[in-house]
Design a protein around this ligand. Structure first.
Ligand code: GLC
Length: 474
């Protein structure tokens, strides 16, 4: 496959990556929130897209409330344990790669562990790779022998996954890669019409099986549409089939069509207002199990990213890469358990929150629901020597927010329920007399009731300052 920079770029463009702002480190969570597009720019919808649009709000309600999901990348690449692109990056010949299928022996019901962890972590849905770019199908398909039933595992791993997610009350999502490095027509379909027809029939057939044999499926997560366009994949027809089999499903935008939601990858970028989006992200730097990858994100980063997504009205799909036997790397378990403990107390500040208009602050993230503002202080102030001379910082400890346009009515710590004293004037609201040590980790949340939508606009605060009046506008 010729996966050069330009094809990667056009792929990224398809994911809606324009204007990306990286937001992976706690404290650097500037969120790009594009303005709504000018009216009259959109192309008219096809009849089937219009039909999907009509039911979208209802189909997506649970998903918007959920905010947090688990992505699972698992396949033959986990046996190699060197990233899910090993076949490509390391140039492994197909006959060699195929041998992995004989040596893939997961322990029974490994997915139960994943589902239990997802539940504990506060995640509300799970999306598993049913077929990644390597072409190996994790289910009992009748369309190829290159599948988990006929090879090493001798079991239907998709069935086990679906049962495990349902047992924990979690929603079920299928990832499906259109790009296929194994199938003889997977690349030939680009230049040979007979191959394209065969490969489209195969692809639609596999998706049909997935959406017929496993009961109600909540999400279909297409990936990489190389080497065809939506027209070549017959994606309109593909989605029509999907919705006829699963009327309540939601689909993403990686089969060349817009689908129900956008999928920024490894960065947090809100779509325009009214368009659903979900950031997918790795916990280290690899999607598939990668023995040597020790670049684990911290719980603080994950909690911060989750809040950044929530403020933009988006979801966070956080990946795990199980080992070939299905075990979850211990670092993954530890981060997710910590995040889950934090969500046990602070879930109110994440689930079912709404998109807000709040500009950044290096010490905190913000989320909101209606007139309630949640201040997620991840760098707690504690003592400052300035408190000795500046009444502004008394009584210690003080958290001050400039530019909050609404009036604060009351405030309390989510962790303890303890109410927080505050004073407010045109320039700032100051929460005072706080504990010197952060009451909660990785972030302490203050729940703030306001008299209106809690917009924070530093520009508006600046216009009140005397220096602004000298005629310099920024
Ligand atoms: C990219 C990668 C793939 C991964 C996916 C997740 O498409 O190629 O390995 O599955 O991102 O979004």
């Amino acid at each position: 496959m010729n996966w050069n920079e330009s094809s990667r770029r056009s792929f990224l463009k398809g994911m809606g990556a324009a204007g990306a702002i990286a937001a992976t480190a706690a404290g650097s969570k500037a969120l790009a929130v594009p303005a709504a597009p000018a009216t009259g720019q959109q192309a008219p919808l096809s009849p089937s897209a219009a039909k999907q649009a009509a039911t979208r709000a209802e189909r997506m309600k649970w998903w918007h409330e959920a905010r947090f999901g688990m992505f699972i990348h698992w396949g033959l690449y986990s046996v190699v344990g060197q990233h899910e692109w090993a076949k490509e990056f390391e140039g492994i010949p197909i006959p060699q790669y195929e041998l992995l299928a004989k040596h893939f022996h997961p322990k029974p019901n490994a997915a139960r562990e994943w589902a239990r962890l997802a539940k504990k972590a506060g995640q509300k849905y799970m999306v598993m790779t049913t077929k990644h770019h390597e072409g190996f199908c994790l289910w009992d398909t009748k369309l190829t022998d290159y599948n988990a039933m006929k090879q090493g595992p001798g079991r239907d791993l998709v069935r086990e996954f679906v049962d495990a997610a349902r047992a924990e009350g979690l929603r079920v999502g299928f990832y499906y890669s259109l790009m296929d490095w194994h199938h003889p027509d997977g690349a030939l379909c680009k230049t040979d019409e007979a191959a394209r027809k065969r490969f489209v029939a195969y692809t639609h057939g596999l998706i049909r099986e997935l959406l017929t044999n496993y009961g109600k499926i909540d999400v279909l997560w297409y990936d990489v549409d190389w080497p065809l366009t939506a027209e070549g994949w017959e994606s309109e027809r593909m989605n029509e089939m999907v919705f006829s089999l699963q009327p309540e499903i939601i689909v993403n935008n990686r089969n060349g069509l817009d689908g129900d939601f956008s999928t920024p990858e490894q960065h947090i970028t809100a779509s325009e207002a009214g368009r659903a989006w979900e950031t997918c992200m790795t916990l280290n730097n690899s999607w598939g199990f990668n023995r040597g990858d020790d670049a684990w994100k911290t719980p603080k980063t994950i909690v911060s990213n989750l809040a950044t997504c929530a403020l933009g009205g988006g979801n966070y799909l956080l990946n795990i890469g199980p080992e070939p036997d299905g075990s979850i790397p211990p670092e993954t378990v530890s981060v997710l358990e910590t995040v889950g403990q934090w969500l046990d107390t602070n879930g109110k500040a994440i689930y079912n929150t709404e998109r807000g208009s709040i500009s950044g602050n290096d010490n905190a993230n913000f989320t909101r629901r209606g007139n309630t503002l949640y201040v997620h202080e991840h760098f707690w102030p504690g003592h400052t020597p300035a408190a000795e001379w500046l009444t502004f910082f008394q009584p210690e400890a003080v958290i001050s927010l400039g530019g909050l346009k609404a009036k604060v009515l009351s405030a309390r710590l989510l962790k303890t329920g303890q109410s927080v004293k505050f004073t407010q004037d045109d320039q700032s609201v100051r929460f005072v007399g706080l504990p010197l040590i952060a009451p909660d980790q990785p972030a302490t949340v203050i729940e703030v009731e306001c008299d209106a939508d809690p917009v924070i606009d530093h520009g508006a605060a600046r216009s009140l300052w005397p220096r602004y009046k000298v005629g310099v506008s920024s």
